[in-house]
Structures are given as structure tokens and as C-alpha cells.
Design a protein. Structure first.
Length: 425
């Protein structure tokens, strides 16, 4: 009988029962099933309530970036990432920044945008009717979340745009919501849906989409730092970083990788704190392209002393309350390690990490190249894949880096050779 992914009632099974179905379908052995179903701090019954059809937990390495000084305060930064060299690079850049006072960061108000898409006969008249009903719209929206209003948040304003599309003109209402210390997706979406009948009644039009925008242009995080020319490695290094910046400003192919490096840091902190990495990534990359040309999210200039002045600006919509941040035990501990009191403070730290990550990457590119540090850490992964354990991991990785042959077949050869020597000894 051929296997099928059509499994009636799969969602009604418990995680262990689902695991058995997956084991049968994929011909897994017991060890493989154990690898996907084992849990740590996040227990399986809790996982089953977080996502559909849960069978286990996918673990990601968690490390701590050190040396961060942001707005005069020291932070240890939990970072969840599978990529070697990311945490070390961020820590090193933060150490360099300390020589000139660390990072200075700020955020705008935590305003998110809920979009309500309307199609109607007379877009201009509809726009005016929506603006005339602004007071009623805000009142109705805020009735959906009195707790948010109590803490100073809630719907604050209404903007209306008319856009031309291949399907005809559309009237897009932006409901501006202060989300305080929440990311805000649930609150904004609920409000957008609640005011739909009112907008339809005022315009005689039809509403289609009602949903948050992840291009959070009103919820920006900014960070800046000065990096000492001498500590960076001299004037040539500063000039090389600035040339690399100009490359990214002029070429989308390079800008994509430039910004990916920034998000190596920001996404790792977001994941560690239980925040929505996809929303943050989408917001960052769309903000990079908001001028209709994809641009880098950082900027570097040489100051009057010859030091390198770096800045970053991007939307960072994160929360310290609600969602996974208050469900996942590890995320809660990581927020405690960070010691942030508000979502705005968390966004400031994340922007600083993004700037540090980018500076580290550009410095490596402008000097020894990106591979030296990255591949030395990657070599350890290769050694583990070959079967090395304990001190043997470092020993084999060292040889791989020295030879410049960081390959699995070579790692296996070395392991067999060392094991043979030990047997003889």
C-alpha cells in the first residue's frame, strides 16, 4: 500500500500519537523519532497548545553576546542562532564601540498600522467620509481593548490613502495604534476588523483586507556608535568600510547581503526573546526598499578625528508582554538576562546589535575576508559531523583550518588517523 499524507483526524491526536504516524510515514527509527520529540524547557503539552499538529521541538543554539554598552547601560545579549561567528562578531564589535562610549539608541512611539482595504464608486468622497468619521472609528477601535487604553496605548489616529491598482482605485485606511509593550498584531487586527462595518456604512463601499502592516514606519529604532580608527586597525580599514558601504548603496545585490548580516544579529535576539522574526525581517527589508530602490539599513562616515561613525535605522516591532514572550520559559529567562523594562528598550538593544553585527562583517570584509573567522567555527561543526567528540573536535578543526580544507571527508580521515594512533598507544 502506498503511503499518503492524507491522515484524517491527525490534529486530534496527541503529540506522541502524531509522532508515531510520522515515524511510519517516513520510516524513521526510534532514535530519529526521539530526536524530534524530545523537549527541554518547553514541554510537549505546552508545545501542543502553541502550534498545530505538534510533534516536538526544534532546538537552536543559544549564546550570549558580551561587551554591549547601550545608552550608558551594560547588557548581556541572548542570541539564538545556528550560524557560527555571529555571536563572536557582535561581541567583538561591541568591545570596539566601548572605546568611544558604546551605542546610543532611541525609538519612536510604538505605533503600528492596521490597514483596511476598501473599494467603492467614488474614492475621493469615500476618503473624506472616513476622515469625517475618525472620532467614531477611534472610539469603536478602543472599545476592543480597554486594557491597552488603560496603559496609555490604543488607537490614536486615522490616515486615508487612495492608491491606483490593476484592479482599480482602492481606498486604504490606516488605523494607527499605540501598542505599548506588545508587538500588537492581535490588538491591531481586532480593531481593524471591528471598525469595518462603520467604514462600509460611511462610504457605501466594500471592505476586503483588514490586517496589520509589518512595514512599521512609525515604530522605528535607531542606534549610533563611533568606532576608533586605531582599534579598528587604521585608516585603511576605515576607508575600506566606507567603500563597502558605498557599494551597498549603489548595488542591490550587495545591499541584500549587507542587510542580511544586520539581521543575523537582530533576528537572533528576536528569536531568543520569543518575538516574531518573520515580521521583523519583512519590516526591515521593505523599509530598505521604501524609496523604490533597495538600500542598506546602516550608514558609515569618517568623523573629524578619522574615526568611523556608524548609524542604523529600521522598524523593529517587538514585545515584552503577550504572545510567546510570556509562554516560552526560555524566552522569559532571556528577557530577564537582558533586563529590559519595555519593548522600546528591547528595540534599542536590538538596533545596537544590528549595527555591531554589520560593523564586524564589514571590518572582516575590508581586511582578512569573511571566511577566516567564519570557517574556523564552521570547522568545528564539520568535525562533529565526522564523529569527533571532546578535545578531538578542537584538534581536528584546527587541522582543517590550517590546511584550508574544511571538508567532511578530510575530517573523517583525520578522525580515523587519530583513533588509530590512540589504539596503538
Amino acid at each position: 500500500m502506498s503511503k499518503t499524507s492524507r491522515i484524517p483526524g491527525f490534529y486530534n491526536l496527541n503529540p506522541q500519537e502524531r509522532g508515531e504516524k510520522v515515524k511510519e510515514f517516513a520510516a524513521l527509527d526510534d532514535a530519529s523519532l526521539k530526536n524530534i520529540s524530545k523537549t527541554g524547557a518547553l514541554e510537549l503539552d505546552k508545545v501542543d497548545k502553541m502550534v498545530e499538529n505538534a510533534v516536538g521541538v526544534m532546538e537552536v543554539p543559544l549564546g550570549i553576546a558580551t561587551n554591549f554598552l547601550v545608552n550608558g547601560r551594560d547588557y548581556l545579549i541572548p542570541m539564538a542562532t545556528e550560524e557560527p561567528s555571529v555571536i563572536a562578531a557582535a561581541s567583538n564589535a561591541a568591545k570596539i564601540a566601548r572605546h568611544k562610549g558604546g551605542f546610543t539608541a532611541s525609538t519612536t512611539e510604538p505605533i503600528m498600522i492596521g490597514q483596511i482595504q476598501l473599494m467603492c464608486e467614488d474614492p475621493c468622497a469615500a476618503r473624506q467620509a472616513i476622515l469625517n468619521a475618525k472620532g467614531d472609528i477611534l472610539t469603536l477601535a478602543n472599545e476592543q481593548n480597554p486594557t491597552l487604553v488603560k496603559f496609555g496605548g490604543g488607537a490614536k489616529d486615522v490616515e486615508v490613502r487612495i492608491i491606483e491598482t490593476s484592479a482599480g482605485p482602492m481606498v486604504i485606511t490606516h488605523l494607527l495604534v499605540d501598542c505599548r509593550d506588545a508587538m500588537g498584531a492581535n490588538a491591531v487586527n481586532t480593531m481593524a476588523e471591528a471598525v469595518t462595518p462603520l467604514i462600509e456604512g460611511a462610504t457605501s463601499g466594500k471592505v476586503y483586507l483588514r490586517i496589520i502592516s509589518n512595514l512599521a514606519v512609525k515604530r522605528l529604532a535607531k542606534a549610533q556608535a563611533t568606532f576608533s580608527m586605531d582599534v579598528l586597525g587604521g585608516e585603511d580599514v576605515v576607508d575600506g568600510i566606507i567603500v563597502a558601504q558605498k557599494f551597498a548603496e549603489s548595488d542591490a545585490y550587495r545591499a541584500a547581503t549587507h542587510n542580511k548580516g544586520i539581521m543575523n544579529g537582530i533576528t537572533a535576539v528576536a528569536l531568543a526573546t520569543g518575538n516574531d522574526t518573520r515580521a521583523i525581517e519583512a519590516g526591515a527589508h521593505s523599509y530598505a526598499a521604501i524609496s523604490n530602490a533597495y538600500k542598506p539599513l546602516t550608514n558609515y562616515e569618517k568623523d573629524e578625528n578619522g574615526d568611523l561613525a556608524g548609524t542604523i535605522e529600521l522598524p523593529i516591532a517587538v514585545g515584552t508582554v503577550g504572545g510567546v514572550t510570556r509562554v516560552h520559559p526560555t524566552a522569559m529567562v532571556n528577557l530577564k538576562i537582558l533586563g529590559v523594562k519595555t519593548a522600546s528598550e528591547l528595540a534599542q538593544v536590538m538596533a545596537s546589535v544590528g549595527l555591531a553585527q554589520n560593523l564586524a562583517a564589514l571590518r572582516a570584509l575590508a581586511t582578512e575576508g569573511i571566511q577566516r573567522g567564519h570557517m574556523s567555527l564552521h570547522a568545528k561543526n564539520i568535525a562533529v559531523m565526522a564523529g569527533a567528540t571532546g578535545d578531538m573536535v578542537e584538534k581536528i578543526a584546527g587541522v582543517l583550518v590550517e590546511e584550508g580544507r574544511i571538508r567532511l571527508d578530510r575530517a573523517k580521515e583525520l578522525l580515523e588517523s587519530y583513533e588509530g594512533e590512540n589504539e596503538k598507544g
